[in-house]
Design a protein around this ligand. Structure first.
Ligand SMILES: Cc1ncc(COP(=O)(O)O)c(C=O)c1O
Length: 365
């Protein structure tokens, strides 16, 4: 018997996550010079990281022979102070992906199910499948979450619901009132994971106070990340916010040292750099308009996005993607989301957006 056969069926059935193509890989494949490639594929911050985070990471190098603080005390304290919650309500994650996984590991098994939306972040079905549970994918409405249908899909064995707001890869946004209606409707013994990886990119008019809901809904987990607006994707650090009881359960399945020492230092410093966040928000807002205008000129359909990326439709997604790659522009094809005619571009610096639009014009000509 092949060793592969020894893995449970539900593990063998997993299709691995398809990440954005690294710059070095494209350079190798196409014989391009790395410095001439632009990567707008993984919703990274085009400004880089906060200088305060970089300085803290550099200083932390002196102690890398030591294990990190497994309790993440400094980071948890900073997060708790920023949001006005108890330190026992913060769950540190090796990226927010880890937080999503902790929720699945803590609450799911072969006898349970989890609800998520069609076109929602690809990690939800992966986390559910890895836990051996049944995924219930609810058809999307206009590419976004149909919260009424999601609440209706909750069954006897449902233990988790994943909601991404804003959603990746579509950029769809749900109002605070819509999300709270779902929280009111869902039984209190079903965990609602509200994934807010792109929260800081939302416009002021879209903002709502999800953290305040933690007092009312002991089944709510809010997931946030340092990978997006804080520019620390390479360090892998995020966090969950939940009621103390729920946070305690998540901490039981957390690896003892899940967030590394450099990431802890950088994230703690980044959290205090409001100036960098404001600048990143402004660059994104202007860039979003620039790309939207460019897509309109090209006559392409796109989904209005509340995040730092835009999904747009072309006649042939694979062909347009290849034509962009040949010009040294990496975007994210959405075939793995069963959106084969769609591509997703991360909003970059003005000159990157301009180059992307020019390359796209050629790619679809
Ligand atoms: C909606 C959403 N949630 C979570 C994540 C996970 O990001 P990270 O693990 O880097 O925090 C991503 C990353 O792309 C995302 O798009």
């Amino acid at each position: 018997m092949s060793i592969v056969q020894r893995a449970p069926d539900y593990i063998r059935a997993i299709s691995p996550y398809v990440p954005g193509k690294p710059i070095s890989e494209l350079a190798r494949e196409m014989g391009l010079v790395e410095s001439e490639i632009i990567k707008l594929a993984s919703n990274e911050n085009p400004l880089g990281a906060s200088p305060k985070a970089t300085a803290a990471a550099t200083a932390a190098l002196a102690d890398i022979h030591r294990y990190p603080d497994g309790n993440a005390f400094a980071l948890k304290s900073a997060i708790a102070a920023k949001f006005g919650v108890g330190i026992d309500q913060v769950v540190p994650g090796n990226g927010s992906n880890d937080v999503l996984d902790l929720c699945a590991r803590a609450f799911l098994n072969h006898a349970s199910s989890a609800v998520y939306s069609q076109y929602a972040f690809a990690v939800y079905p992966l986390a559910v499948q890895t836990a051996g549970a049944r995924g219930i994918e609810v058809p999307a409405r206009d590419f976004g979450h149909d919260l009424e249908a999601m609440a209706a899909a909750v069954g006897e064995d449902t233990r988790l619901i994943f909601i991404a707001n804003p959603n990746n890869p579509t950029g769809n946004f749900l109002s605070g009132a819509e999300v709270e209606r779902l929280l009111q409707r869902v039984p209190r013994d079903v965990v609602v994971v509200l994934d807010e990886a792109y929260n800081e990119y939302m416009e002021p008019s879209q903002r709502y106070d999800s953290v305040a809901w933690l007092r009312q809904y002991p089944n709510l987990v809010i997931s946030r990340t340092f990978s997006k607006i804080y520019g620390l994707g390479g360090l892998r650090v995020g966090y969950g916010l939940a009621g103390a009881e729920l946070a305690d359960v998540l901490n039981r399945v957390r690896e003892p040292f899940n967030v590394n020492h450099i990431a802890l230092a950088a994230a703690t410093a980044a959290l205090g750099d409001d100036e960098f966040v404001a600048k990143s928000y402004a660059v994104n807002r202007a860039g979003k308009r620039q790309i939207e205008d460019g897509l309109k000129v090209l006559g392409l359909r796109f989904i209005p996005s509340a995040g730092n990326f835009i999904a747009f439709e072309v006649a042939d997604g694979a062909a347009a993607n290849l034509a962009l790659l040949k010009q040294g522009v990496i975007v994210r094809p959405l075939a793995s989301y069963k959106m084969p005619t769609w591509l997703r571009v991360t909003i970059g610096l003005p000159e990157e957006n301009e180059r992307f639009l020019a390359a796209l014009a050629k790619a679809i000509a």
